[in-house]
Design a protein around this ligand. Structure first.
Ligand SMILES: [Fe+2]
Length: 183
């Protein structure tokens, strides 16, 4: 069983070294909405969206971005192992969500696919893109534009669910047009 106290403690943990708060909210909200539409387990998806990048701040600081998925999965396991109520199946499902959040040829579970698709809203929806622009605004122009472009393309290519493709298709065009006009 996934208790509210586990969710609260994971939420608190993710605030420290996780992504910026607005991006976490965007991914969490998307995950909950898609879970409802596809009848998935919303608590697994919530833990997945909270934990998928839970120590990304440390990975950036230590210049280990390429390892961030395994770092986050390791930390997620450590946190979940301390909880007496979560079942082994639930734990494995959440860990799959973290491990597969950048996409895989075949997702282990529906919840894992939903978490990966929810992550895409952070950089490839108009709202998520807007917050990226605000967050990275201190960077030199050239680095900043290429970073948001790389993240947008990466996340657009990770979308697999039809409902997400349909919701975001016009937003992809809007963001792409905006990026082209910045050239
Ligand atoms: Fe990630």
């Amino acid at each position: 069983m996934i208790t509210s106290s586990l969710i609260s403690s994971v939420r608190e943990f993710a605030k420290v070294d996780g992504p910026m708060e607005t991006h976490q909210l965007i991914a969490n909200e998307a995950g909950q909405k898609i879970s409802q539409l596809l009848h998935a387990d919303p608590n697994i998806v919530l833990l997945g969206t909270l934990l998928m990048d839970c120590v990304i701040g440390i990975a950036i600081q230590e210049n280990r971005m390429a390892e961030h998925v395994s770092m986050c999965q390791h930390k997620a396991k450590e946190l979940l192992d301390q909880d007496p109520d979560i079942t082994p199946e639930e734990k494995n499902n959440v860990l799959a969500c973290v491990l597969e959040h950048h996409g895989v040829p075949k997702f282990t579970t529906l919840e894992s696919e939903i978490v990966c698709n929810s992550d895409c809203y952070r950089f490839a929806s108009v709202k998520g893109f807007y917050y990226s622009l605000r967050y990275f605004r201190q960077m030199p122009d050239e680095n900043f534009i290429s970073l948001v472009k790389v993240k947008f393309n990466e996340k657009r290519n990770c979308v697999t669910l039809d409902i997400v493709k349909n919701e975001l298709k016009y937003q992809f065009i809007a963001i792409e047009n905006y990026l082209n006009l910045l050239k």
